[in-house]
Design a protein around this ligand. Structure first.
Ligand code: PGA
Length: 247
């Protein structure tokens, strides 16, 4: 049985004080959830949230990091720095990083290898553009992302990755993929993982859906056989996140 995950990607929202207020409300409301709940706030809120969630069942994730240990990389943050703040999960290859900050599969692959070898749980994002979907290129695109991003990943570590399928046309647009569309791609991703690694890895790896998940559509999406939870953007910085966890 794969344990469900609900991860909130707060993106560039909320100051440390606003973050504290929200996390207190979430913590009190979900303390009986048997899903894995992860919150990925901005770097500046990690410390204050870390202190607040110590004895709760909320885990802490970072939205980004750099794969080098230290040095002259202005503006970047290392895994060692995140580790000291209690961060256990790292989002890698989010489409906003790929599109706005020009991160390519080669960089995503370096980050994935680094996170795995340092014992973090990567949340690896993939997904197609609207144009790719309309041209029937979705599955080929996803397969090529997976093959490049998982290059040189050790078979024994691969199942520790959490994959998030996020169609780019559904992110922040209010246009959710139907549960059938999401299931089709997530099932396909599981097959690709089987072909890269083996059946055991494919059965164990967790695949999330992300893209305009709301309290009204979460339970239908999460009920699908190959969908093990969600990566939530907009709705994760509201009380609605609690309803999504409960779904
Ligand atoms: P959204 O974002 O839920 O606001 O669509 C999802 C994401 O970018 O992870």
């Amino acid at each position: 049985m794969r344990k469900k995950i609900v991860a909130g990607n707060w993106k560039m929202n909320l100051t440390p004080m606003q973050s504290l207020e929200l996390v207190k409300r979430i913590k009190n409301a979900i303390n009986t959830s048997n899903s894995e709940v992860v919150i990925c706030p901005p770097f500046t809120s990690l410390q204050i949230i870390h202190d607040e969630i110590k004895d709760s069942n909320i885990h802490l994730g970072a939205q980004n990091f750099y794969f080098e240990d230290k040095g002259a990389f202005t503006g970047e943050v290392s895994l060692e720095m995140l580790n000291e703040l209690g961060v256990k999960y790292v989002i890698i290859g989010h489409s906003e990083r790929r599109q706005i900050f020009r991160e390519d599969d080669s960089l995503v692959n370096k980050k994935l290898l680094k996170a795995l070898s340092n014992g973090f749980t990567p949340i690896l994002c993939c997904g197609e553009t609207l144009e790719q979907r309309e041209n029937n290129e979705t599955l080929d695109h996803i397969k090529s992302q997976m093959q490049r991003d998982f290059k040189d990943v050790d078979m024994s570590l691969a199942k520790n990755v959490v994959i998030a399928y996020e169609p780019i046309w559904a992110i922040g647009t209010g246009k959710t993929a139907t549960s059938e569309q999401a299931e089709e791609v997530c099932a396909y991703i599981r097959n690709v993982i089987r072909s890269i690694f083996n059946k055991e890895t494919a059965d164990a790896i967790r695949i999330l859906y992300g893209g305009s998940v709301k309290s009204t559509n979460a339970s239908e999406i999460f009920a699908k056989e190959n969908i093990d939870g969600g990566l939530i953007g907009g709705a994760s910085i509201k009380e609605e996140f609690i309803d999504i966890v409960n779904a």
